[in-house]
Ligand binder design. Structure first.
Ligand code: PDD
Length: 281
């Protein structure tokens, strides 16, 4: 495998950043994960728009123009022979002596790009059976709309899910409302048949898959409401599913041991997933 690190294509096994890189020391860094389907990067423009926004929110200057960046992403995909899989990109504030305040403006941002193939059969199996989830307290900071690599709460939540025999953790805020999954956005089909997801405020990551699914739902003529909903409402929903770049749209069939609807993946999730690739660019 080959990775891109600060201007060089290197063997993945040898790819490294400095121990004083602020991404390593402070999680002072942002990232993107894009799905690759039949050689194309799905929703690339939206991912690069979100990257620009994340960088600007934490005041890191973009490491290079957008065309150069997407050129590197394609090059990493090509050098790794990835046709179906994902490409990962991370930008940090660069290497500087440890000090919380920003380093001098001439410290250059670090850029790392990796890629890997994913076996579509693995997701297919999950689509067929659905996944199970647990709820956890959302104890993250107030700006999870910024896609930073400071993911410790997500790491602990997903580990807790795994130890409970589940595949996703669902974050619940102080009001008892669902925010999102450990690495996904969450949707329900409510009792009235409406597709419901939390508004993209500072309390969730505004997922690219979420954004595209809103377009998909509109095309399919499905009624959609962006509003908050409680854990109790979620448990009584007709369907629950989670969305993210690597899984697209995955049904959740049980939460905290409670079976959702009849315990099988719902029709809405399936319809949406099938329509997804017609809309995504
Ligand atoms: N995670 N919410 C969180 C907390 C996420 O980490 C992600 C993505 C999403 C979905 O966003 P998108 O549709 O843009 O992938 C929502 C990526 C895949 C990850 O960390 O691996």
């Amino acid at each position: 495998r080959i990775a891109y690190v600060n201007g060089r294509y290197v063997r993945h096994a040898d790819a490294a950043v400095h121990i004083e890189d602020r991404g390593f020391v402070f999680a002072d860094a942002v990232y993107e994960v894009c799905q690759v389907q039949r050689g194309f990067i799905v929703d690339l423009t939206r991912h690069l728009d979100r990257l620009d926004r994340s960088l600007s929110e934490i005041r890191i200057r973009p490491p290079m123009p957008r065309a150069a960046l997407s050129g590197i992403m394609r090059q990493v995909l090509r050098r790794n022979h990835v046709v179906n899989g994902m490409v990962y990109l991370q930008v940090t504030r660069g290497v500087a002596k440890r000090d919380h305040v920003f380093p001098s403006p001439d410290v250059r941002a670090s850029l790392v790009v990796t890629a890997k193939s994913l076996n579509p059969a693995v997701n297919a199996a999950k689509y067929a059976t659905g996944i199970t989830a647990i709820t956890v307290e959302d104890n993250r900071w107030g700006r999870v709309d910024i896609k930073t690599v400071g993911l410790l709460p997500n790491v602990l939540a997903r580990q807790q899910a795994k130890e409970a025999g589940a595949q996703e953790a669902i974050f619940v805020d102080g009001e008892g409302n669902v925010t999102e999954g450990g690495a996904t956005n969450l949707w329900i089909v409510d009792k009235a048949g409406n597709l419901v997801t939390r508004p993209a405020d500072h309390g969730i990551l505004s997922g690219i898959t979420r954004r595209t699914l809103l377009d998909v739902a509109e095309r399919l003529g499905l009624p959609v409401t962006e509003r908050r909903f409680s854990v109790a409402e979620m448990l009584e929903a007709r369907e629950i599913f989670v969305t993210g770049a690597t899984t697209i749209c995955l049904p959740v069939v049980s939460v905290d041991g409670v079976t959702i609807a009849n315990g099988h993946p719902g029709m809405t999730a399936q319809k949406i997933r099938e329509a997804f690739f017609a809309v995504a660019e």
